[in-house]
Design a protein around this ligand. Sequence first.
Ligand SMILES: Cc1ncc(COP(=O)(O)O)c(C=O)c1O
Length: 374
Amino acid sequence: MQLTELPTPQVLIDRGRLMANIKRMQTVATSGGLTLRPHTKTHKSPRIAKWQLEQGAKGICCAKVSEAEVFADAGISDIRLPYPINPFSATRVMALMDRVKLSLAVDHPKVAEQWSEAMCACNRQLDVLVKVDVGYQRCGIAPEMTQAVAFLSHVTTLPGLRLRGLLSHAGQSYDVGSAEELAAVAKNEAETLRALADGARQAGVKIDEISVGSTATAMLSASEPDLTELRPGNYVYYDRSQVAIGSASLDDCALSVMATVVSKPASNRIVLDCGSKTLTSDTGRGMVRPVGYGAVFATLDEATPDDSLQITRLSEEHGVVEVQNGATALEPGDRVRVLPNHSCVVSNLVDAVQLVDGWTVIETLPIEARGKIV
Ligand SMILES: Cc1ncc(COP(=O)(O)O)c(C=O)c1O
């Protein structure tokens, strides 16, 4: 089937770029002596996860229990949840533990104690990693040595829990202003975790794993000593924000949205059939903050976006493109491609993506874990 036979909007995945991205990140991790455990929140597809595993990934990450259930159903046997899963989900977590090697993150004493109680009640052992805040100020224990080591020691005393090590996500890497600042984020993350691991070991706490993960810092983290695992997710597709950060080029971006011009109210304004229910309202991140809700390629073949076509407004099903300094030759019925600001949230909005090679649709891939947020 050809792209032109499909109705729009459609999320397209360039197979060549996807496979190249999977292989490149695996090589980065392997050459740095680290294992790769991709975060599957980006693609939410067991098929793609299996391609990552075939290339050498040790296991996968999911954020939520329902995502993990989908990947477990598909036969994936090693799943890490680098998320502060609440023990409310203990029954489902235990059911998963019957089927897969499972580990999750803890960063709060009460939560760790509740997991301990839940595991003791059924005589089980849950692998946990302590999440450390390396500057993103989202989740994680503060890396202040005395308190952090006290927390780690406490976790080791809790029956039913087996402490595997430390885990972090340097999400602040998406908001840096320069390549130097990005390098400093990666370095600081590694130094913080190394120091904490040393301090913990001196206090008699066994730290077997030090796991870091963000696409923006992955290449830099790979050469840091003592880290054991990389958990990037976005790298399979990349997106406009990653290009603005410098972690990918336009030619690496595997996900785009094929859309149709559905209206042309003025020579300098057209409307695409992809609104916030396709592109999401995520704005761009990165050193040179991208304008609007996606980069528009004026034809399906175009290799570079037309910067004069700016998606300035979204309604749910309308993408309003304002033409900067002039008119556009695009007319209703014409097709364009849009590179979204943030690919992970786009793939969560569709039941299936089209795996393509140029204009040829190779396969329609169902996104089995899409919408799995519980
Ligand atoms: C805990 C955790 N690990 C890994 C990742 C993957 O990072 P990225 O999206 O930069 O690939 C994320 C992303 O949100 C995350 O929250």
